[in-house]
Design a protein around this ligand. Structure first.
Ligand code: ATP
Ligand code: MG
Length: 273
C-alpha cells in the first residue's frame, strides 16, 4: 500500500510538472507572438512614415536642384554654396530614412536576399574603389589584399557590398590623420560552434580603437560611442550585422583601445552550402 501511495504521489507530481510546463510554453508562445506583432506593426509604421517623408523631401530637393542649375536665374557663389548644403542635408535625411526602413525590415525578418554565384574579391574591389576618393580626401591610404585563387560562393553580392560599404565608411570616418584602411579577403578555418571553412573579409583601420567593454554595444541600433564628434545615426553596424546573419554569416570585431579596429565579415565558404 505504501508503495501504491508513493507511486500515486510521484504520478501526481509529474502531472503537475507537465501542466506547469505546458502553461509556460503557452505563455512563451504568447509572448513570442506579441513581440512579432509589435515588430511587424513598428515596421509597417516606419514604412508608411518614411514614404510620407520621402515625398516632400524629394520635392524640396527638386526645387533646390532647379536653383542649382540656374533655371530660376544665376546664383551668386554664396547662394550656390547654401543650396549645396541644403541638398546635402536632404540627401543625408533620405539616407537615414532608407536605413530605418532597412532596419525595420530586417527586424521583421523581411530582408530580401537574392543569391547568385559571387566572387567576393570582385565585390571588395568595386566597393573599395568607391571609397578611395573619400579616403584620400581624409588623408588616408586604402589598401586591398586578394589571394590569387579564390572560390566563387552562393551569396548576395549587393548585400555583401552594402555591408562592406558600411564597414569601410566607418574605417574611413573613425581613423587618425594619415592613417590606413586595409581590406583583406581570404578563406579561413574556424573552430568551435562555427567550425569550417569561411570566407573572411577584414576591414582594418588605424583609428582610436574600441574599448572591450563597449564592443558589444556597437551592433545595437542608434548606439554611438562619441556622439557629436562625427556624423552618423548609429545604424550602419546594426543593419550590417542583421544582413550578415541573413547571408548565413556574421560580423566580428577585434580591437584594443588605441590600436585600431578590425571588423571581419564572415560568409559561408563553398563547402557549407
Ligand atoms: N572602425 C571604427 N573605429 C572606432 N569606432 C567605430 C568604428 N566603427 C564604428 N565605431 C563606433 O560605433 C558606432 C556605431 O557605428 P555605426 O556604423 O553603427 O554608426 P555610425 O557610423 O555612427 O552612423 P551610420 O553608420 O548610421 O551613418 C560609431 O558611432 C562609432 O562610435
Ligand atoms: Mg557607420
Amino acid at each position: 500500500r505504501d508503495d501504491e501511495i508513493a507511486r500515486a504521489q510521484t504520478f501526481g507530481d509529474l502531472a503537475a510538472l507537465a501542466f506547469r510546463k505546458i502553461h509556460l510554453l503557452e505563455e512563451s508562445e504568447r509572448r513570442r507572438e506579441e513581440i512579432e506583432r509589435v515588430t511587424e506593426s513598428r515596421a509597417r509604421l516606419i514604412r508608411g512614415f518614411s514614404h510620407d517623408l520621402k515625398n516632400p523631401l524629394g520635392a524640396a530637393d527638386g526645387h533646390a536642384a532647379l536653383l542649382e542649375d540656374g533655371i530660376l536665374g544665376e546664383l551668386e557663389p554664396r547662394q550656390m554654396n547654401s543650396v549645396g548644403r541644403i541638398r546635402a542635408s536632404i540627401s543625408s535625411a533620405l539616407g537615414l530614412i532608407n536605413d530605418l526602413v532597412e532596419l525595420a525590415r530586417a527586424e521583421a525578418g523581411q530582408i530580401e536576399i537574392q543569391t547568385a554565384p559571387t566572387d567576393v574579391r570582385e565585390v571588395v574591389h568595386v566597393i573599395a574603389g568607391e571609397y578611395q576618393a573619400q579616403a584620400e580626401a581624409a588623408g588616408l591610404t586604402m589598401r586591398t589584399e586578394f589571394p590569387e585563387e579564390f572560390p566563387v560562393v552562393e551569396s548576395d553580392p549587393s548585400r555583401v557590398r552594402q555591408i562592406l560599404g558600411n564597414l569601410i565608411s566607418n574605417a574611413v570616418k573613425y581613423n587618425h590623420e594619415s592613417g590606413e584602411v586595409a581590406v583583406r579577403v581570404g578563406v579561413r578555418e574556424r573552430n568551435g560552434a562555427r567550425a569550417g571553412r569561411w570566407i573572411a573579409v577584414d576591414v582594418a583601420d588605424t583609428g582610436p580603437g574600441i574599448p572591450r567593454d563597449k564592443q558589444h554595444l556597437l551592433f545595437r541600433e542608434f548606439s554611438r560611442l562619441e556622439p557629436g564628434t562625427k556624423h552618423g545615426a548609429g545604424l550602419g553596424l546594426a543593419i550590417s550585422q542583421k544582413l550578415a546573419h541573413a547571408l548565413g554569416g556574421e560580423i566580428t570585431l577585434q580591437s584594443e583601445e588605441g590600436q585600431g579596429s578590425t571588423f571581419t565579415l564572415w560568409l559561408p565558404g563553398p563547402q557549407e552550402q
